[in-house]
Design a protein around this ligand. Sequence first.
Ligand code: NDP
Length: 248
Amino acid sequence: TPHDLDGDVALVTGASSGIGRATAKTLADAGAAVAVTARRTERIETLAEEIESEGGEALPITADVTETDDVERMIEQTREELGGLDILVNNAGVMLLAPVIRADLEDLQQMLDVNLMGLMAATRMALPGMLEQDSGHIVNVSSVAGRRANETSGGYSATKFGVNAFSESLRKETADSGVRVTVIEPGAVDTELGQHIPDEQVMERMAEMVQDMTVLQPEDIASAIRYAVTQPPRVSVNELLVRPTDQQ
Ligand code: NDP
């Protein structure tokens, strides 16, 4: 049914663009009240207005997932203002690709802080409430790069392998509690992610690779997330790997 998330509250990180933005809209469309979080306030405010104008409920919360206080506040504010937290989508991420020899230590640190530590912190802070209510869903956006490492993606892959490991461990810990954990592993998706690649050569090579492909749209990944979070309580979709059909 179109409104199978009626009464649920979701929080999506990295909702200011790309996959997060599409996921927030899709979950709102499915009936969830959605907290939309990211650093770019204007973007999430516009998104919240858009969701509300389409009859949904949305709450914009400015938060940097690398700041523990922000992570704590975004979860508390969601609970207070939307009345709970049933679905946490850890989507915020950066992909600062470079070969190791040219990698900037600050870029490696930023990927760890956003993609891995931010995700672990949000999960840590959302979990007690979910365990208390014997239900909840944590959706962690990993990547094809979370399953295999390629040249120039060492630092990025390290964070996404970390996401997969953390998620599988959490899944085992929460299996008896009614809390579900899903890992989403997108292939190439048309978003802003590649625009921040610091290494010119890598940026060019990625652009060429993507040109020869019919890449996914953010909505395609949002659909996969919707599928995972709308299954009956007995069904735990552990992992979804979604590539463009013509991606090698
Ligand atoms: P975008 O660049 O379009 O979106 C990334 C989002 O993360 C933005 O909303 C950005 O918001 C947010 N973000 C970045 N840093 C922070 C931070 N410090 N605190 C809070 N939010 C932050 O890319 P995508 O939509 O593609 O990326 C979403 C996820 O999908 C990422 O985890 C990425 O690794 C993953 N992915 C993407 C693929 C692709 O091909 N596009 C393939 C596989 C995985 P703001 O800057 O406003 O804070």
